[in-house]
Design a protein around this ligand. Structure first.
Ligand SMILES: O=C(O)C(=O)C[C@]1(C(=O)O)C=C[C@@H](O)C=C1
Length: 356
């Protein structure tokens, strides 16, 4: 084949490619229209019967030289990307989406503005065990210039025989001690019927990992005017995590902090696997502040400092860690909470990173 002939044929291909490109995009515009129509009608986007009809039509009209199987494979790819187009349009419409709400949402916890570009720390015991225990911890938190005190009063434990928390009594202790030191209280609520009761004690309602898809609880915390710290489920994808937050926002409450706390993988060197890249993905795709729980994700005191530094470096707004006056006798998670000297080392290592 002469070079001239080759160029001539390639020119023909170039023209056809541009027509294909144009046809594919014109098809995509119609697909988007169909997607919006289905949205209005509340019908499911995926329509296998329609796809079968189209594939049969490809078979009936194919004159080669491509085989029918090859062309059907190609068309299946087109259906797949068409569906993705319809779905991504859908996700951009979510209330949590940055596409819909480009500015950062700032969650105001008694004047502490999470998401304003500064870094915040939340610390405290895994479980509230006594007033003395909470007071000793609160004193340490205050000494480090922090303002956010966490503590579990309702404990979602794997075993029903493990310590289940002090319940409302625990919340009372947290409030009393927090007021003595001018701190704010973050505590988990597990049942929708406890949300109302918790309002007089807590400044932030935590929805725990095991309840990330407790939709009634999500709706209940969405109906109140209280910031919510929503933890990622043990095996939740980022998409499922965003939809869980959407439940809260859809009820009117946009004061939501997303908390990455590690996901379950095959790796056993850490308690869970800290999905550090979830932080920038959540920051890009949503407008909500993002926290990282370095205690539950790692389950290891010896790597808490680098994990917290990584969280801050990658863009987290907040770091959460557990501290206990005497972890060895803690009623829950005794292996992973820091004692006070360890907490000093932790804060001393992080202050220069955060406040420089
Ligand atoms: O016809 C539809 O209902 C569409 O949504 C379009 C389309 C396509 O690309 O042809 C896309 C996805 C469906 O599963 C079926 C067909």
């Amino acid at each position: 084949m002469t070079n001239h002939r080759l160029e001539e044929l390639r020119t023909q291909i170039d023209g056809l490619d541009m027509q294909l490109l144009d046809l594919l995009n014109r098809r995509a515009v119609i697909v988007e229209e169909i997607g919006k129509e289905k949205e209005k009608q509340g019908t499911i986007k995926y329509d296998p019967v329609r796809e079968r009809e189209l594939l049969d039509r490809v078979a009936a009209n194919n004159q080669g030289p491509f085989s029918t199987e090859t062309l059907q494979h190609l068309f299946k790819q087109i259906f797949k990307i068409s569906l993705q187009l319809q779905e991504s349009d859908n996700s951009e419409m979510l209330l949590v989406s940055r596409k819909r709400h480009p500015q950062d949402t700032i969650v105001d916890i008694r004047g502490q503005k999470i998401g304003d570009g500064n870094k915040y720390f939340v610390a405290g015991p895994c479980s509230v065990e006594s007033e003395e225990q909470v007071r000793a911890t609160a004193r340490e938190i205050k000494r480090h210039g922090l303002t956010l005190l966490r503590g579990g009063a309702f404990k979602p434990r794997t075993s029903p025989y493990d310590f289940q928390g002090l319940g409302e009594e625990g919340l009372k202790i947290l409030r009393k001690v927090a007021d003595e030191f001018g701190l704010s209280v973050i505590s988990e609520i597990m049942a929708p019927e406890d949300v109302e009761m918790s309002l007089k004690y807590v400044d932030v309602i935590q929805v725990g990992a095991r309840n990330m898809q407790n939709f009634n609880l999500l709706k209940a915390v969405g109906r109140v005017k209280k910031p919510v710290l929503l933890k990622r489920g043990l095996a939740a994808t980022i998409e499922e995590f965003k939809y869980a937050a959407e439940y809260i926002l859809s009820q009117g409450n946009d004061q939501v902090i997303l908390c990455e706390r590690g996901i379950r993988t095959y790796e056993r060197a850490t308690r869970n696997t800290l999905d550090i890249t979830a932080v920038p993905i959540l920051k890009q795709e949503t407008h909500l502040p993002v926290a990282v729980d370095v205690t539950h994700s790692t389950g290891r005191r010896d790597i808490m400092i680098p994990a917290a530094k990584a969280a801050i470096a990658i863009g987290a707004d907040m770091v959460m860690a557990e501290v206990h006056p005497d972890p060895a006798v803690a009623l829950s998670d005794s292996q992973q909470q820091m004692d006070f000297p360890q907490f000093d080392t932790f804060m001393d290592a992080l202050k220069p990173v955060v406040f420089s």
